[in-house]
Design a binder for this molecule. Structure first.
Ligand code: SF4
Ligand code: SF4
Length: 472
């Protein structure tokens, strides 16, 4: 029944295969010989299968667990260096016809403020985001064919890309909207989106159907097969994720990796990103109602094991998580974080009144983007506002090929330094600017190719003179 090449959800996320995988891991969690063999394979940086990965996740040997975390950290360094890509979510509308029991936007929630941004309001939000320094957005909208039809999403993307405020620009719009048709995915591709992101929420079909009691999202197969339709529609960068806390984390972990294997088997390209949200408090939502919550230690282990299993897939953590948790997660595998985020509709341009809140979840990390950028630099990371790849046509298998043989490094560091320079030139506070200038000066020496280094130096000077948007 299990077939990673099948296009049927229940065959590529085969329930029995997940159960067998969990049993296999349980039996082998103390199997030193097998764990060593898996770690040896993982050191080749070619990834692991879901069965191998979960043995590491379940591993109960303390010394081996230390090795797992150390390897994740090393793989992270090898593939991503010390760069962290920055982004922000932009909520367009919280109208939604679905009944997801863990989300305050569910249709039955009558007391949350419902909002949908007009194009003028979107322009105001984008200006506010540009004034913070953001270049990369993740668009969010509920599913509502009347209020948020695809035409509205497409028009909004056009508006976002058209706003050029001072030196600002949004250069990459990733989209997180409900599962849709091949035709609509094609339209999104034509609108110039970066990654199409869709969280599975849970891969466990029975739980999925209970957690999504009404609306189009109730259909497990339609939702789970969405990435195949997106790829058929020409979107070759897709982002996976589950909402940890809804189901048993071991089930989700195995199935998430099976989904990645399926994409690779069918389309020749694994997921561009994997997100690791955990369920959080929100209006009408008490996370304690869900009994599968995971603590910070398990969360860190999940991140480390995903990092080892799909080394070339970017990993995202949002401001759902606290500063302390994000700090730990950065070590073990996270390559993209949001900063200065608002999870309400229209929250960037205006503070929402207390009695008219539209947030999707409570933000734990409430720092400004400038504070997050400074914090990253203080820890030796290079915050990057780079959006170069998809603008240079490096998407899908072209991107993955460069990633897998690590050539992407030649672009990432130069682009990170040039976009960081733009940030500190245009938006940074004096303290952040000071740190940033010193960091750029020292990181320049880490560009191995002299010719590239000289081009970057010249571009940095041109940025000071007012030019923008250099990229490799
Ligand atoms: S998770 Fe998405 S689809 Fe579900 S209620 Fe919230 S906005 Fe709607
Ligand atoms: S060069 Fe490509 S992979 Fe590297 S940070 Fe920029 S967009 Fe990402």
């Amino acid at each position: 029944m299990y077939d990673p090449k099948s296009l049927k959800a229940e065959e590529f996320i085969c329930h029995q295969e997940v159960l067998d995988t969990l049993e296999f891991a349980e039996k082998n969690k103390n199997n030193r010989k097998l764990i060593d063999k898996i770690l040896e394979k993982a050191r080749l940086r070619k990834g692991l299968s879901h069965r191998e990965a979960i043995v590491l996740l379940d591993c109960a040997l303390e010394d081996k667990n230390k090795e797992i975390f150390a390897l994740a950290e090393q793989i992270k360094k090898d593939y991503y260096g010390n760069r962290i890509v920055m982004f922000a979510p932009l909520y367009l509308s919280n109208y939604c016809v679905n009944g997801c029991v863990y989300c305050p936007y569910h249709a039955k929630n009558k007391h949350i403020a419902r909002k949908k941004l007009t194009q003028e309001e979107i322009a105001r939000e984008v200006i506010a985001l540009q004034d913070m320094g953001h270049k990369r957005l993740a668009l969010e909208a509920g599913e509502d064919p009347v209020n948020n039809p695809i035409e509205y999403i497409l028009e909004s993307i056009k508006t976002i890309y058209s706003i050029k405020h001072k030196n600002g620009a949004i250069r990459r719009v990733n989209v997180n909207i409900a599962a849709t048709t091949v035709e609509n995915y094609r339209k999104l591709k034509e609108a110039g989106i970066g990654t199409y992101i869709l969280f599975q929420e849970t891969y466990h079909k029975e739980s999925y159907e209970k957690l999504h009691p009404k609306g189009p999202k109730h259909n497990y197969a339609y939702h789970t097969e969405a990435m195949d339709r997106a790829m058929e529609g020409g979107i070759d960068d897709v982002g996976l994720g589950v909402l940890f806390g809804l189901e048993l984390y071991r089930y989700e972990f195995a199935a998430l990796l099976m989904h990645a294997e399926h994409l690779e088997a069918v389309h020749g390209v694994g997921p561009h990103t994997i997100s690791v949200p955990r369920i959080k408090h929100a209006d009408d939502i008490d996370p304690n109602v869900f009994d599968n919550g995971i603590d910070d230690d398990i969360f860190a282990k999940i991140i480390a094991c995903i990092r080892i299993s799909v080394p070339y897939t970017g990993m995202i953590i949002s401001t759902r998580e606290s500063k302390a948790c994000r700090e730990k997660a950065l070590h073990y595998g996270i390559s993209q974080i949001s900063g200065g985020s608002k999870t309400s509709v229209g929250g960037y341009a205006e503070e929402e009144p207390e009695d008219h809140k539209s947030e999707q979840f409570d933000v734990s990390d409430k720092r400004t983007l400038d504070e997050v950028v400074r914090w990253l630099m203080e820890q030796g990371y290079v915050p990057s506002f780079c959006t170069a790849c998809y603008r240079e046509g490096r998407t899908g298998d072209r991107f993955m090929a460069l990633c897998k043989n690590m050539q992407i490094h030649n672009c990432c560091l130069p682009n990170a330094l040039m976009t960081l320079k733009e940030y500190i030139q245009d938006y940074a506070s004096p303290e952040t600017k000071l740190l940033g200038e010193a960091l750029i000066a020292s990181e320049l020496d880490n560009i191995p190719n002299e010719k590239v280094r000289n081009i970057v130096k010249a571009n940095l000077e041109n940025i000071v003179k007012g030019q923008r948007d250099f990229r490799f």
